[in-house]
Ligand binder design. Structure first.
Ligand code: ADP
Length: 293
């Protein structure tokens, strides 16, 4: 019922086409919820210097699926995915409460080594951040640090192939990575994350600084990578979520009862096709149809 109303009305957000989003989401729909939960997150809250930023999020991230996190700026999307590889540990004043189980084990248990966590659960950021080193050395960096020295050139080649960059860089591996285009740099950063054989790749707005063609290449790459990896992606681009994600979580901002603050909450989490065509919550509907946000 919602769908009929939504697709027949023009959206208020320029460039946002609900009908197209629904089609894209439908094409990508497979029920991945029967797959193993790589992360089981229960009542996750984060405070920065005592101020609540994210309140009580509960969801599971499934194996070999792409899970997208969408919502207005400041609703805690980045905060949430940083909890999945303990990146918030590196932020002074950040305090995480609730449970994050990774393959059934408490990610925040005292015996867990955060460095090993970040090897298994790699991260790619909004702005490509290659090291000011050669293309080869960027990919070889992690394996060298971790002592994965066997057949290093073979590993670099295979990883660059996986990141759909090999053909463009195979004759210039010794050149500085900063000479690559923005889109190539981002694929290099993905290669750098893949080189240490992770299980999960977290991506925080990985294409938002890129042109449309480079964005498409990253999205194509995400499609391929989910055969071998579990992917969680923050994006402010709803069409992108519809194109790449099996599951989508919509976060929003809630004003506290006393009016003295705002914090992020998880509003709805479901199959991407459901979120974009028949959401269960009015707030999700308003957001995905461009009436809000
Ligand atoms: P989103 O990714 O949805 O834009 P963020 O997770 O970046 O949201 O931010 C959620 C809230 O947490 C915001 O109010 C933001 O100001 C705050 N916040 C994020 N990172 C920090 C930080 N490093 N220090 C203090 N506050 C932060």
């Amino acid at each position: 019922m919602v769908l009929v109303t939504v697709v027949d009305e023009p959206t208020t957000a320029p460039g946002l086409d609900s009908r197209r989003i629904g089609e894209l989401a439908g094409a990508a729909a497979t029920d991945v919820r029967s797959r193993e939960a790589v992360f089981s997150i229960d009542d996750l809250s984060v405070r920065y210097s005592g101020a609540l930023a994210l309140n009580g999020a509960t969801l599971s991230v499934h194996k070999n699926a792409v899970t997208a996190f969408i919502g207005p700026s400041g609703c805690g999307k980045s905060t949430f995915i940083r909890c999945l590889n303990r990146m918030n540990d590196l932020i002074p004043g950040a305090d995480v409460s609730g449970k994050v189980l990774y393959h059934g084990r408490d990610l925040y248990a005292s015996e867990v080594d955060p460095v090993e966590v970040r090897r298994r659960i790699g991260m790619v950021f909004q702005k490509p951040n290659p090291f000011p080193k050669s293309i080869f050395d960027n990919v070889a960096f992690g394996p060298r640090v971790l002592g994965m020295k066997e057949d290093l050139s073979g590993r670099v080649e295979r990883t660059l192939q996986q990141a759909a960059l090999w053909d463009e860089v195979k004759d210039r591996l010794k050149e500085n990575a900063l000479g690559l285009s923005g889109g190539q740099q981002q694929r290099l950063c993905i290669a750098r994350a893949l080189a240490v054989e992770p299980d999960v790749i977290l991506m925080d707005e990985p294409a938002s600084a890129l042109d449309p063609i480079s964005t498409t290449r990253i999205e194509d790459l995400i499609h391929q990578l989910k055969n071998d990896y579990t992917i969680a992606i923050v994006t402010h681009n709803m069409q992108q979520a519809a194109r790449v994600a099996d599951m989508t979580a919509f976060f929003s901002v809630e004003i506290r009862d006393d009016g003295k603050g705002r914090h992020g909450i998880l509003v709805e989490y479901d199959l991407t096709t459901k979120i974009f065509t028949n959401p269960g919550d009015k707030r999700t509907e308003d957001y995905v149809t461009g009436r809000f946000g």
